[in-house]
Design a protein around this ligand. Structure first.
Ligand SMILES: C[S@@+](CC[C@H](N)C(=O)[O-])C[C@H]1O[C@@H](n2cnc3c(N)ncnc32)[C@H](O)[C@@H]1O
Length: 398
């Protein structure tokens, strides 16, 4: 199939139909140059994903895209580059290569590397794409990570592993033992070969459980893009650490919010509590995932609104706060008449934090439509009362 898809006329057909609806196309019982239209529709659908997720792939002529599941599982170009900038050296191995996005990014930071993938079709297709993308310092092997490591002699600077969900039905997984290959078993073997190992995990995996189940972890990076937590990266080395270093990062189009701390900072920190003052702060998704709820209060000198309300406040603006910042206009009880009086335009962005009703219930009760410049945070205050904090944005949109 790869050969057929590489045909110039076929590639041009895919480009010309870039804006077509792949689903409607796939229903047509046709062929183009001996290729079922379904296959071409899948390539068109994958290009639509690649346009934002993998711009270098999208802008390169004759890339052959892998099946939908691999397009979903692969890293985005942005997070792949973030990871690759954390490492460099002479040699690396990517043990679960997949669509090759991470391997491609790492290949720019090392003299040479190995791409390993157990799926035969995915391996051939990605090997071909590496050639098209001009990557010439990689060897590839269609085998399992376990078999490759068993037969490996020598050492490398760095090993990367981005395990797949073991569950064939693609159900959610919560721990490394639900993933394939088995990282807990492999890690000690990998540390005999490499100085440094990076393990990528889905944000669904619990960080405390992961730290307990993996040996020799010295650092954790929690990566969000546009305030959506995408990846949690675990770094293992031969020494490991009793006090793991955390880096939380939120990559946005305009800036990078970085907040670093150690595991002991996290456990020792104590928040101070206050009722809403002039500014309201909502930590970014990476900080929330890290559970640094006490630490942000301490480090950025902002008061927490309630033990279970992860919103913060201050009198003076804390410009460097890693997250969204709002100027508080007023704080009211949960009262529809007051809302109607204070928001005559009848429109607001509503969010709830530790609140008895959800957004749909609040909209029903207050008749507020979505949108506009006003933000309402419905939450519980220090006296355990439901309140509504009405504000406007004080920092750049995420
Ligand atoms: C999450 S994807 C990797 C995505 C990749 N990092 C990328 O950016 O394209 C995981 C891949 O691991 C492969 N895999 C699963 N078990 C494996 C094993 N035991 N050995 C090698 N590859 C394996 C799967 O076929 C899948 O392609």
């Amino acid at each position: 199939m790869i050969e057929k898809l590489l045909d110039k006329d076929v590639q041009n057909f895919i480009l010309e139909n870039e804006n077509a609806d792949p689903f409607a196309l796939s229903l047509k019982n046709k062929e183009f140059k001996d290729i079922p239209i379904k296959e071409l529709a899948a390539q068109i659908a994958a290009r639509k994903v690649a346009k934002t997720k993998l711009p270098s792939w999208y802008n390169t002529y004759s890339i052959i895209y892998p099946p939908k599941i691999s397009m979903e599982q692969c890293s985005s170009e942005l997070t792949a580059i973030y990871k690759s900038n954390l490492v460099s050296g002479q040699s690396f191995i990517d043990l679960t290569g997949g669509a090759g996005v991470d391997t491609w990014a790492f290949s720019k930071r090392f003299d040479k590397g190995s791409y390993i993938e157990q799926n035969e079709n995915l391996h051939s297709l990605t090997e071909n794409n590496f050639g098209i993308l001009g990557v010439d310092n990689l060897t590839t092997q269609n085998t399992t990570a376990e078999r490759f490591i068993e037969g490996f002699e020598g050492s490398v600077d760095f090993i990367y592993i981005d395990p797949a969900r073991r569950d064939k039905n693609q159900n959610r997984v919560f721990q490394f033992s639900d993933c394939e290959p088995n990282i807990e078993e492999l890690l000690p073997k990998l540390l005999n070969i490499a100085d440094k190992v990076m393990i990528k995990a889905s944000p669904m995996l619990d960080i405390d459980l992961s730290l307990k189940s993996l040996s020799n972890i010295s650092a954790v990076h929690i990566v969000s893009v546009g305030n959506d937590c995408k990846e949690v990266l675990y770094f293992a080395d031969t020494r490991g650490s009793e006090n793991v270093e955390f880096t939380t990062i939120n990559l946005t189009t305009s800036n990078e919010e970085v907040f670093k701390f150690s595991q002991s900072d996290l456990t020792k920190s104590i928040a101070h509590y206050t009722s809403p003052q002039n500014y309201l702060y909502e930590p970014n998704a990476s900080i929330m995932k890290a559970g640094a709820f006490q630490l942000v209060s301490e480090q950025f000198n902002v008061g927490k609104l309630h033990q279970h309300t992860h919103l913060y406040t201050s009198e003076k603006l804390q410009e460097n706060f890693p997250g969204r910042v709002f100027k508080i206009e007023t704080v009211i009880n949960y009262d529809k008449k007051l809302v109607a009086k204070l928001i005559p335009e009848g429109k607001a962005n509503i969010a709830t934090r530790n609140f008895k009703d959800d957004v749909a219930q609040i909209r029903k009760k207050t008749k507020l439509k979505d949108g506009g410049d006003k933000y309402i945070f419905a939450c519980t205050n220090l006296d355990n009362k439901p309140i509504m904090i009405i504000c406007t944005k004080a920092n750049k949109a995420l």
